[in-house]
Design a protein around this ligand. Structure first.
Ligand code: SAH
Length: 250
């Protein structure tokens, strides 16, 4: 009577754009169809989980298969829609660690928005946003999220700050040394909407540092005395934030 389709680490989960609900039918995209039929060798009656970022997670069964298409039918909701904490990652892209990797890890760490930022010393000026989004979707499927972070187009530092929302604090990872330890800084700040900012290989330049520190809602933080690679700093800051302000608390 059909099996639970499983991948390493648990049941197969797919992100779809279509509405999910009692009796709703979903036709997966061509890539997903190929994966289901030819990689997972799914058969009519097999089951998997679907989520779309709006309707929670639904168990679905494979209702019909053809050579290059299949139709899934929603059976029951297995998890309500819930949001990850209101945490963004604003990062200057760096060489060697593609934004894809950072997108995957930051998705697992529960960010809502992935915002590449182009600063004066940023060497990598182009980001493949479509590929970053595909990595975020895959990480959301694997990590059990029922939402996918928004992968945004790169934006210049100045432009980003021009229109920065007053109600979102900036966790400014400042390696220059005069910032308080992140643990103390986070413990003493109220509120929850936050964005972790990390600079490029050459760090923020003095004007950028001054512009950030002039903002009312900036929280400069140190991640210790060692200089971390930008992606290490981003993931470390996200982890500390989640453990103090986020959903790592029971
Ligand atoms: N300018 C640095 C290198 C920048 S590291 C140098 O002296 O060589 C890239 C980014 O990672 C920095 O802009 C900062 O956002 C973050 N970062 C790295 N180490 C950090 C630390 N110990 N504390 C806070 N932020 C750090």
């Amino acid at each position: 009577m059909g099996d639970e389709l499983t991948e390493p680490g648990g049941g197969l989960r797919l992100y779809v754009e279509a509405p999910l609900g009692d009796g709703e039918s979903v036709v997966p995209d061509s890539g997903q169809t190929h994966y289901l039929l030819h990689v997972m060798r799914a058969k009519v009656g097999d089951r998997l989980s679907l989520f779309n970022g709006r309707d929670g997670e639904w168990r679905a069964r494979i209702a019909q298969t053809a050579k290059r298409s299949c139709r899934l039918e929603c059976e029951a909701r297995t998890s309500p829609q819930h949001e990850v904490p209101d945490l963004w990652l604003v990062f200057a892209p760096v060489k060697k660690t593609p934004a894809d990797y950072l997108a995957q890890k930051a998705t697992e760490l529960g960010v809502r928005v992935l915002q590449p930022m182009l600063t004066r010393r940023t060497i990598v000026r182009r980001v493949n946003v479509e590929r970053m989004r595909a990595n975020a979707i895959e990480a959301a499927e694997q990590s059990g999220r029922v939402s996918v972070p928004e992968a945004r187009q790169p934006i210049e530092f100045e432009k980003l700050l021009e229109r920065w929302p007053d109600d979102r604090s900036i966790l400014f990872c400042d390696e220059a040394g005069e910032a308080p330890p992140i643990l103390d800084a986070l413990r003493n700040t109220p509120g929850s909407s936050c964005a972790v900012f990390t600079g490029p290989e050459g760090g923020f330049d003095p004007a950028e540092r001054a512009a950030l520190r002039a903002l009312p809602n900036v929280i400069p933080v140190s991640l210790g005395r060692r200089i971390l690679r930008a992606d290490t700093a981003a993931l470390a800051a996200l982890a500390v934030w989640q453990s103090i302000k986020g959903d790592w608390q029971p």
